[in-house]
Design a binder for this molecule. Structure first.
Ligand code: ADP
Ligand code: MG
Length: 247
């Protein structure tokens, strides 16, 4: 696998006259957590949607490894290794934890979907299901119906469903939104552990969590990147202090 996992070059997205994302270049490397911060309306979610394929870029290019994925549909990007969670609930509320994760694991499988035999009996699907449940901290909770899980556990389940697809990169849009302190601690630890096997892009408002997690940081404002680099360098960048941190 190449050093660079996901690279966007001069990415742009217009909504009518509004440039929601303008000339954004960003590189997310395997083994790193890359945080994107910026005020409301800066274009962070639009950027994630462009990377996941929910939105198609107006300009620029996106490469996963050596593959140009700029105009691939979301399902094809998922199969190419882009995993996406949050601000789009994919959990089936009446299914168990195990069923939800198994369905996510199956979505990445080539075997046909059949309840008996087919992909559900595929040992690779079973392995990815068990592995994702365990990594997300849900071992022992497999038979719980999703909609009775706590808020924090539902977030763990969403992460498990992404992990089950064996992604090269995990995209997280505000994974700590609506979390209490204690629940947030668990999710932060879980996200930190993802860098062992994946590239991670996280958009998050909680600055303590961002500076705890991020190996690299990109700051956006009005659709543009105003600073990027190591957290300690970005933190003291004059434009960032003026525009965002308010100091
Ligand atoms: P952030 O996630 O940083 O808060 P967004 O990416 O959600 O910002 O939004 C960036 C800008 O694009 C905002 O001005 C927002 O109103 C606008 N925007 C986002 N999505 C759409 C859309 N589907 N149609 C029109 N405007 C949009
Ligand atoms: Mg957003």
């Amino acid at each position: 696998m190449p050093e660079t996992t996901l690279r966007a070059e001069r990415l742009g997205k217009r909504f009518g006259g509004l440039r929601a994302v303008a000339e954004v270049s960003i590189e997310i490397r395997r083994g790193e957590i890359h945080a994107v911060i910026g005020p409301n309306g800066a274009g962070k979610s639009t950027l994630i949607n462009l990377l996941s394929g929910e939105l198609i870029a107006s300009s620029g290019e996106i490469k996963l490894g050596e593959t140009d994925i700029t105009s691939l549909a979301p399902d094809k990007r998922a199969r190419a290794g882009i995993g996406r969670a949050f601000q789009k609930t994919t959990i089936f509320p009446r299914f168990t934890v195990h069923e939800n994760v198994r369905l996510a694991a199956q979505a990445r499988s080539r075997a046909p979907l059949r309840m008996f035999g087919g992909a559900f009996a595929d040992p690779d699907v079973q392995r990815r299901t068990a592995d994702a449940i365990s990594r997300a901290g849900l071992a022992g909770r497999e038979s719980i119906i999703a909609n009775v899980l706590s808020h924090g556990e539902q977030r763990q389940l969403e992460i498990a469903m992404v992990l089950a697809t064996d992604p090269a990169i995990v995209l997280l849009d505000e994974p700590l939104a609506g979390m209490g302190q204690l629940e947030a601690r668990g999710i932060i630890a879980l996200i930190a552990s993802l860098r062992e096997r994946h590239a991670v892009l996280i958009v998050e408002h909680d600055m303590d969590a961002v500076f705890e997690l991020a190996d690299r940081l990109t700051v956006m404002q009005d659709g543009q990147v105003i600073a990027s680099g190591l957290p300690q360098d970005v933190r003291v960048h004059p434009a960032v202090r003026a525009a965002y941190l308010g100091t």
